[in-house]
Structure formats: structure tokens, C-alpha cells
Design a protein around this ligand. Sequence first.
Ligand SMILES: [Fe+2]
Length: 75
Amino acid sequence: MEVTRERAWQTLTQYTKSEALRRHALAVEAAVGWYARDLGEDEEFWRATALLHDFDYEIHPTLDQHPQDGAPILR
Ligand SMILES: [Fe+2]
């Protein structure tokens, strides 16, 4: 399955309803996207990765759950 920014956004917004957490994801995406472009890396892939880095925080808010319990959802 291809990793795309659009699929990452769909997954993020499926599991994250908080406006603050969505804004955090977008801010991290902007920074990571800049670095990916600057370093000649796959910007789409790294933007998607940044959007998803906390995607499960609302359903797994504790250190013993986040992010490892979110990994099976992404797989
Ligand atoms: Fe974060």
C-alpha cells in the first residue's frame, strides 16, 4: 500500500478529533516537509510520516500505549 499525504490525513482525522492535535500534526508536517525537501528526501513520504506521528494519541494517551498500540492500525 502506497504511503501518501492524502491517506495519512484521512487516517489522522479518523482517529484525531482534537483541533489542537490536528494543528500540531500540521505544524510537524510543515517542518518535516521542509527538511525532506532540503535534504533531497521523499517529501510526500516524510510529510505523511509527520502527519501520523501522534495519530493514535487520543485513543492511546499513555506511555504504555502510545505509539506502540497504534502501530498495528497503521500496518
Ligand atoms: Fe507530537
